[in-house]
Design a protein around this ligand. Sequence first.
Ligand SMILES: NC(=O)c1ccc[n+]([C@@H]2O[C@H](COP(=O)([O-])OP(=O)(O)OC[C@H]3O[C@@H](n4cnc5c(N)ncnc54)[C@H](OP(=O)(O)O)[C@@H]3O)[C@@H](O)[C@H]2O)c1
Length: 315
Amino acid sequence: MKERYLADAGRYDGRMKYERCGISGVLLPKVSLGFWHNFGSVDPYERSREITHYAFDHGITHFDLANNYGPVYGSAEETFGRLMDQDFRPYRDELFISTKAGYDMWPGPYGNWGSRKYLMASLDQSLRRMKLDYVDLFYSHRFDPETPLDETLQALVDTVRQGKALYVGISRWPLEATRFAHQYLKERDVPLLIYQGRLNLLDREPMDEGILDFCEEAGIGFISFSPLAQGLLTDRYLDGIPEGSRMSRGKTLKESTLTPELLAKLRNWNEQAQERGETLAEMALAWVLHQKAVTSVLIGASSTAQLEKNLRCVR
Ligand SMILES: NC(=O)c1ccc[n+]([C@@H]2O[C@H](COP(=O)([O-])OP(=O)(O)OC[C@H]3O[C@@H](n4cnc5c(N)ncnc54)[C@H](OP(=O)(O)O)[C@@H]3O)[C@@H](O)[C@H]2O)c1
């Protein structure tokens, strides 16, 4: 691995396409990179580093994090901070970095859900770990049925007022709460930039629930997380469960998911993709990108080879 990183001079030569995020001024790459897996303290740093270099060299300007990505919690942000110091500082203004708070992060009553107390403290911690003065985007990571929505949303507004975030977003909020968030934030001149939800060939909930329709109507961007259903929508599991794969680790993708019915469906889609001269991953990502209101697919990768294959969906 090279010691000093110099980004590929051709990174904006058209190899990546950029899409406007809702009605905002922000353009996001059609493919964004997530740090949920493969960037923790349990993962080899040089591999994480190589993946981010490959991504940025191919025009991926958006990296997505959260306070508790790892394992251990916080360590993906620490990895990012190390990368920032080692490689990406000269490119800070070419990067769009997001983080989130909403799931359990530290013990006690103030390290989870949607209170102002939690969100404010969490963002300060994230900035320290990531070695950043501000993030481009700060999310409420999930809807909290116990906290008044305006408390959570006002905390988001105030992170922008304090200069710690440029934009705000929400993830996995139900439709009615999303409508409220949009209105509340608009009235405070901190528009809701983006909604992050799981949309892929196997899981169409944001579409069925009306989230995509609402994003389009309200001019909010939409970014789809796990667009490959954690690897199911690739050739990864068509002939068994490879050692080292996410399913073999059994934490967030269980073997029990892979029923004979699902496998038959995946094989069928794989054949359809081959008939179109594509891989299953390519077809699955192109399907998401084709849906209304979708700005970007937020993928994960455990190697540059996976990234290389998945980037073929950009046309
Ligand atoms: N807002 C939320 O609540 C939320 C929830 C989940 C995720 N996210 C965000 O979404 C990002 C992406 O999620 P995800 O990692 O589940 O996305 P994904 O793109 O659906 O799955 C990525 C995984 O699939 C496998 N894979 C990818 N490309 C492949 C290929 N060409 N061939 C074979 N296998 C391939 C790899 O797993 P292995 O190689 O390890 O088997 C890879 O790590 C996260 O990093 C995070 O930023 C957000």
